[in-house]
Design a protein around this ligand. Structure first.
Ligand code: UDP
Length: 239
């Protein structure tokens, strides 16, 4: 069995990650089940796990704002979208026997606990997977920033950022075939080169608190476990 190199991990999934390959609906149950199966392996390795999922498969505040909607209202809608995704993940996790709790940054007591850091820590100690919903609870932020915030609050060793490509490249690997992937890169270089890893707020929060970011490809089955086992895939962003 693989030996984990991290004890506690915060996994950031974009909303789009739940769409799978078909893109015909915002949430593809097959994709959600595949993610759940990988999470189960992680839990079986004894790793403590928090998950933050985005909402971009359903709603993005900035995009709605560009079309004339009030930014604050649009952002709250985006945060509600993350709650929908969080419940989808929780349902898939529980179906395969992963003990899970959802905590929301916006109070919604019928469907989720409120976010309480001490309670989250206690759930994690009991080996429950925590899903943190509703982003930071504030407009003008992203779920990447929420993921960094929660990672620090739960004292995660690393934040694992799931993407559609293998890691961080010097230019868009989809548009340029000669794009080169970095194995390691510093927070400052990511910011200076404006590389699309996470938004600048999230990156600077990581830099200020020395929280490593592991960027990896979620579309290759088994990659979550590979990262946690220290197999060198993806890009490590650090000091
Ligand atoms: N959002 C917000 N505050 C937060 C987190 C998210 O206002 O702390 C809103 C924002 O409108 C964002 C949307 O929720 O566009 C969905 O989140 P995000 O775009 O980060 O999702 P992802 O791209 O990861 O799917």
């Amino acid at each position: 069995m693989e030996k984990p190199v991290y004890k506690r991990v915060l996994l950031k999934l974009s909303g789009e990650a739940l769409m799978g390959g078909h893109r015909s609906s915002s949430i593809d149950p097959e994709m959600v089940n595949a993610i759940a199966a990988e999470i189960k392996e992680v839990v079986n390795l004894g790793v403590s796990l928090g998950v933050v999922v985005g909402g971009g498969n359903i709603f993005r505040g900035v995009e709605a704002n560009a079309k004339g909607m009030d930014r604050t209202s649009a952002d709250y809608m985006g945060m509600l979208a993350t709650v929908i995704n969080s419940l989808a993940l929780q349902s898939a996790f529980e179906r395969i026997g992963i003990d899970t709790r959802v905590q929301s940054a916006i109070a919604m007591r019928e469907i989720a606990e409120p976010f309480i850091q001490r309670k989250a820590m206690s759930h994690l100690e009991k080996r429950r997977v925590m899903i943190f919903a509703a982003g930071t609870g504030n407009p003008y932020f992203t779920t990447d920033t929420a993921a960094v915030l929660r990672a620090m609050e739960i004292k995660a060793d690393v934040i694992m950022k799931a993407t559609k490509v293998d890691g961080v490249y010097d230019k868009d690997p989809v548009a340029y075939s000669d794009a080169v992937m970095y194995k390691n890169i510093t927070y400052s270089d990511v910011l200076a080169q404006n590389l699309k890893v996470m938004d600048a707020t999230a990156i600077s929060l990581c830099r200020d608190n020395h929280l490593p970011i592991l960027v990896f490809n979620l579309q290759k089955p088994g990659n979550i476990v590979r990262c946690i086992s220290g197999i060198p895939i993806g890009t490590l962003v650090g000091d």
